[in-house]
Design a protein around this ligand. Structure first.
Ligand code: ZN
Length: 193
């Protein structure tokens, strides 16, 4: 008789180091703001903060085919609103072709070339107040999720801390990741994403 340890067993529940395929719908303030419906489920590596903390906590132990309704608080989602993320800028610094309307989304480039998303929060005669909080900061997130697949991560994926799909492009991913990092920095240094 011969015994060998099988390291490639397919995982049966969501746990750390497992690649999870998940259908999801995100509802905020009664409105669907994001959904995998009509497209592919998202793939993420569990235990590496690929998704917001509250959702990552909620999927531990779930099986393929299982559905769940998950309520994630702002603190465990995109963070609380940060008052320090509001910045006042002299109105004269804005180009004339930008309509200064409250609620307008802008891309703001720093002197060092870093691009950030901001929303116009207030306009006075001489000042414009910009809000650099994540658009979903301060919001409770309602996720309707369904686990559609589980597999063991490759060693390379574990090293990188993210999923490598079939049509995966490392450079593109790193770019996306950089943008996300910038947003997180803008939120709150103490809030771990
Ligand atoms: Zn990678």
């Amino acid at each position: 008789m011969e015994f060998t340890l099988n390291n490639n067993q397919n995982p049966t529940v969501v746990e750390n180091d497992v690649v999870v395929s998940m259908d999801y719908t995100l509802t905020v303030d009664g409105e669907v703001v994001d959904s995998s419906e009509g497209s592919e489920p998202i793939d993420f590596l569990q235990g590496y903060q690929n998704i917001v903390p509250g959702l990552e906590k909620a999927v531990y132990g779930m099986k393929t085919g299982e559905s769940k309704h998950v309520v994630v608080s702002a603190a465990e989602g995109y963070g609380e609103m940060d008052e320090d993320a509001f910045v006042e800028i002299p109105r004269k610094d804005f180009p004339e072709d930008i309509p200064l309307e409250i609620g307008l989304d802008l891309q703001v480039r720093n002197d060092d070339g870093t691009a950030m998303e901001a929303t116009i929060a207030d306009v006075t005669d001489d000042m414009v107040k910009l809000d650099f909080n994540h658009p979903l900061a301060g919001k409770e997130l309602l996720f309707d999720i369904k686990i559609v697949g589980l597999r063991a991560a490759t060693e390379e994926e574990l090293e990188h801390g993210h999923v490598h799909g079939e049509d995966y492009d490392e450079e593109e991913f790193e770019e996306e990741f950089e943008e996300i990092d910038v947003e997180n920095l803008e939120e709150d240094d103490e809030e771990e994403a």
